[in-house]
Design a protein around this ligand. Structure first.
Ligand code: GDP
Ligand code: MG
Length: 163
C-alpha cells in the first residue's frame, strides 16, 4: 500500500527543500527569495523502506499581500484533499508566526491527518521554536532539518502506520 503526503506550510519554511530530499531529484524549485511562481508539485518519495507520493504546495511565493490568504487557502485545501496525510512545516528558527496559525486552522477545518514538524531544527537556535510548536495544538512536533537530513528516521517512523 502506498499513500500520498502533502507538505504544507507558509512560504520559506523549507517545503521544497524537504520535497527535493524525499524525491531525490530537483523537481521542485528552492529559492531564497519569495517571488517565484509554482503550483502543486508531485513526486515519488523514498524514505527508508517507504515509497509514497509527495506533494509540494508551492505557488504561494508569488502571492501579493492582498491575495496571499485566499491563494494559500485554496492551494492548501486542494493538497489536503489529494493527500492521505499532511506534513505541516514551521520554521523552528522563526518560531510560530501568525501565518502558521492560519495554516493550522485550515488543516483543522479540513480535518486533515496532520503531522507537525519544526524544520530548520539543526543547532541550538531552533530550540525555542520547537517548544513553541507545541502551542499549535497539533501534537508533538517532529524536529527536522530538511537541509541537513536530520529527523528523517523519525519522519519515517511516524509515516509507517499510514503506509
Ligand atoms: P518553501 O518556500 O517552504 O518551499 O522553502 P524552501 O525549501 O524554498 O526553503 C526556504 C529557505 O530555507 C532556503 O533558503 C532553504 O535553503 C532554507 N532551508 C530549508 N530547509 C532548511 C533547514 O533544514 N535548515 C536551514 N537552516 N535552512 C533551511
Ligand atoms: Mg517551495
Amino acid at each position: 500500500m502506498t499513500f500520498t503526503l502533502a507538505i504544507v506550510g507558509r512560504p520559506n519554511v523549507g517545503k521544497s527543500t524537504l520535497f527535493n530530499r524525499l524525491v531525490g531529484k530537483r523537481l521542485a524549485l528552492v529559492d531564497d527569495q519569495p517571488g517565484v511562481t509554482r503550483d502543486l508539485r508531485e513526486g515519488e518519495a523514498r524514505l527508508g523502506p517507504l515509497r509514497f507520493t509527495v506533494i509540494d504546495t508551492a505557488g504561494l511565493e508569488e502571492a501579493t499581500d492582498e491575495s496571499l490568504q485566499g491563494r494559500m487557502r485554496k492551494l492548501t485545501e486542494r493538497a489536503v484533499e489529494m493527500a492521505d496525510a499532511c506534513l505541516f512545516l514551521i520554521d523552528a528558527r522563526a518560531g510560530v508566526l501568525p501565518t502558521d496559525e492560519v495554516f493550522a486552522d485550515i488543516l483543522r477545518r479540513k480535518n486533515a491527518h496532520v503531522i507537525l514538524a519544526a524544520n530548520k531544527s539543526e543547532g541550538r537556535a531552533a530550540e525555542a521554536g520547537l517548544i513553541e510548536a507545541w502551542g499549535l495544538g497539533l501534537g508533538e512536533p517532529l524536529a527536522l532539518s530538511a537541509e541537513h537530513g536530520e529527523g528523517m528516521a523519525e519522519l519515517a517512523a511516524v509515516l509507517t502506520p499510514i503506509a
